[in-house]
Design a protein around this ligand. Structure first.
Ligand SMILES: [Fe+2]
Ligand SMILES: [Fe+2]
Length: 268
């Protein structure tokens, strides 16, 4: 479907998922090189549920701080602006991801985010905090389907169970798939072009301009599936990447183990 048609769908959609204002404000502060931690703490402290969720996460085993952190100011000082950004985004997208898909899409997204962070660090590609956000949002397009036509979703699930390819089934039912509509959504949120590319090309990194970083999302997504499919990685796609994943199963285990404390901290 042409891009302007997709954009039209997004623009005319009632109840479009929105980033809460407070999150947009916080992200603006983080994006401004002149801003400081106090400004950010002031904004976040206005929202008690965001504050509480952030403190829960900071105190989770994932961060491993030896003493309990009880104020947002302290949390930010310890983590730094960029890590706080990934944290705010994780909290912000949780409700929109959990509506139709329940816990599954959100857990998968957190795992993919942690996977991207692990790969970005070990392969020395990009910024680890940005990698986290790339993974977190890769499937955000799936949240649009629920608003667009919820009935069609169960039909897609049925077709996939019968062996259909999910992207093809989505295209058949909606005229577009979750990568295309997701890209329009993150563009509307004015997120960086890299995030937009990850959303669009996470199933086809070989078509992206940022092949190394989008390739990381491709790998993290594949190994973070709830039910693993074999072969885990498509060898034709892996051949186009400039890195190698010798043991995807081991990477999966590391991701599931590392991400569990984030999932537990934010579980409702
Ligand atoms: Fe996907
Ligand atoms: Fe995914």
């Amino acid at each position: 479907m042409a891009n302007n048609k997709l954009q039209n769908i997004i623009d005319t959609m009632p109840n479009l998922p929105t980033m809460p204002n407070i999150v947009m404000e916080a992200l603006n502060i983080i994006g401004n090189p002149k801003s400081n931690i106090n400004q950010l703490s002031n904004i976040i402290s206005k929202d008690s549920s965001l504050t509480m969720q952030i403190l829960k996460l900071v105190n989770s085993a994932y961060y491993g701080f030896p003493t309990q952190i009880t104020t947002i100011n302290k949390a930010m000082a310890l983590l730094g602006l960029n890590q706080v950004k990934s944290l705010i985004m994780s909290v912000a997208v949780q409700p929109m991801m959990m509506s139709y898909y329940g816990i599954n899409l959100w857990e998968h997204s957190i795992r993919c985010a942690v996977g991207c962070q692990i790969l970005s660090k070990s392969l020395k590609q990009g910024e680890t905090d940005e990698a986290f956000v790339m993974g977190l949002l890769h499937d955000i397009g799936k949240t649009i389907f629920e608003i667009h036509n919820k009935g069609a979703l169960s039909e897609i699930d049925r077709l996939v169970k019968l062996g259909a390819d999910r992207l093809t089934a989505e295209k058949m039912m909606f005229g577009f798939d979750h990568t295309e509509i997701g890209q329009q959504l993150v563009n509307k949120w004015r997120l960086p072009i890299l995030i937009s590319n990850c959303v669009k090309y996470h199933h086809t990194p070989q078509l992206s301009e940022n092949i190394s970083l989008v390739g990381i999302v491709y790998v993290a997504n594949k190994v973070s599936q709830e039910k693993l499919q074999y072969p885990i990685l498509d060898s034709d796609i892996v051949d186009t990447l400039d890195f190698d994943i010798p043991d995807p199963q081991k990477l999966r285990e590391e991701i599931f183990e590392t991400s569990q404390s984030i999932i537990n901290a934010l579980a409702k």
